[in-house]
Design a protein around this ligand. Structure first.
Ligand SMILES: Nc1c(N[C@@H]2O[C@H](COP(=O)(O)O)[C@@H](O)[C@H]2O)[nH]c(=O)[nH]c1=O
Length: 150
């Protein structure tokens, strides 16, 4: 049975990028994957100083709202860079927190699906036709961690 997740306070909420699991990358701490992901839209742009504002946003919702603000010009390579940014953040999250790493490994070979009604790239979208890139990435993280352990 496929496992659906979306909001951090719902079942399998630890798979959400909004879940309260801090990560440290290049010695810089981030409160959630979402803070890291949204801030990296601005890397190398004139708005780069706003990365720190996003990093310090009180909630992932606030971080996302700054990162999604269309008044900002995000980096031109974002469409290709976002996969690597997300991979670094999500892998670090599950290597850092053994409790949720266990939850991920215990999903076995089940499909993981981000049940976002709005997001047809990271999620499956309202009608299920989306790409589910976050679910696929979590399955790759699951395989990667298993391989590392052997
Ligand atoms: N979990 C979750 C969301 N989903 C997350 O939104 C991010 C995509 O953002 P963007 O590239 O700006 O469209 C990505 O991390 C995806 O997993 N969105 C929400 O508004 N609330 C939520 O609880």
């Amino acid at each position: 049975m496929a496992i659906y997740f979306y909001k951090a306070d719902q079942p399998y909420g630890c798979f959400s990028n909004f879940s309260p699991h801090p990560i440290t990358i290049n010695r810089i701490p981030w409160q959630t994957v979402e803070h890291y992901y949204q801030a990296h839209k601005l890397l190398g742009t004139p708005d780069q100083p706003l990365m720190e504002v996003i990093r310090q946003a009180e909630t992932p919702e606030q971080a996302a709202s700054i990162g999604r603000d269309r008044a900002r010009t995000i980096r031109v390579d974002w469409n290709t860079a976002k996969q690597e940014v997300m991979w670094t953040a999500v892998l670090t999250k599950f290597l850092t927190h053994p409790d949720i790493q266990r939850v991920l490994l215990e999903t076995g070979e089940e499909s993981l699906i981000e049940n976002s009604p709005k997001d047809y790239y990271w999620g499956c979208g309202k009608d299920g036709s989306g790409q589910n890139q976050l679910g696929k990435m979590l399955m790759r993280v699951r395989s990667y961690i298993r391989q590392q352990a052997t």
